[in-house]
Design a protein around this ligand. Structure first.
Ligand SMILES: [Zn+2]
Length: 112
């Protein structure tokens, strides 16, 4: 997993609340060196699952910016994935909340 800002690799870090991935340039040299953002591991896992069910088919993951991941596959194709930033709760509409709730219920049911 590589940072597109500075070319360094991402590292896994455990915070109080969750596991996140952060650019090594950002970690060791600060945000002046690399303004990349941390990515929660749950987000990363979701994006990986959206691209492939077999993680071994991924050659490399490049973090283009905080919302864009570029997956370089072993067969040579590149897949870009963008995620909506929903960290600000005020951006949630009641419809979005309801949709998220419904899909969470569906997911729980399908987990059986
Ligand atoms: Zn970086």
């Amino acid at each position: 997993m590589k940072c597109d800002n500075c070319g360094k690799h991402y590292r896994r870090k455990i915070t109080k609340t969750q596991a996140v991935w952060m650019c090594a340039g950002y970690l060791t040299l600060g945000k002046e060196y690399c303004p990349s953002k941390q990515i929660p591991e749950t987000v990363l896992e979701n994006q990986v699952q959206a691209v492939t069910s077999d993680i071994t088919t991924i050659k490399e993951i490049i973090v283009a910016d905080k919302n864009t991941l570029r997956f370089v596959m072993k067969d040579g194709q590149t897949i870009s994935r963008q995620r909506k930033d929903r960290s600000r709760s005020e951006s949630w509409t009641p419809e979005m909340r309801e949709a998220a709730r419904q899909s969470a219920i569906r997911r729980r049911k399908s987990d059986g």
